[in-house]
Design a protein around this ligand. Structure first.
Ligand SMILES: [Zn+2]
Ligand SMILES: [Zn+2]
Ligand SMILES: [Zn+2]
Length: 105
């Protein structure tokens, strides 16, 4: 019974909005990590692509960045900070539930 009550508390403690539809990717040319929502990306072959916001080009073509969905896991014991906000990968586990992952929105 104690376990059930803990699960209920954990669910209620989640922020009201989730960030499941935020994607993160890093430009191979300028190395800038960027965040996008799914509706701004091109979906092709189960991958999401988007152009670099710095208008990078490589061999005459606009750079297409491979974006990956941010997988936020809410963990109130890990305080959101520098490590999360400078992350370049999609996996997040901290108190922001992915909201600040890879840079504050
Ligand atoms: Zn770039
Ligand atoms: Zn965070
Ligand atoms: Zn994070």
């Amino acid at each position: 019974m104690a376990t059930l009550q803990l699960d209920m508390f954990t669910t209620l403690a989640l922020p009201a909005h989730d960030h499941a539809e935020t994607y993160i990717g890093t430009c191979k040319v300028c190395k800038a990590t960027q965040k996008r929502t799914a509706d701004t990306l091109t979906y092709s072959g189960h991958l999401h692509y988007g152009k670099c916001s710095n208008n990078c080009s490589y061999k005459g073509f606009r750079v297409e960045i491979d974006f990956r969905k941010i997988q936020g896991t809410y963990n109130p014991r890990i305080k959101c900070g520098f490590k999360c906000q400078t992350a370049t990968g999609p996996v997040c586990e901290c108190s922001c539930n992915g909201a600040n992952h890879g840079g504050k929105a």
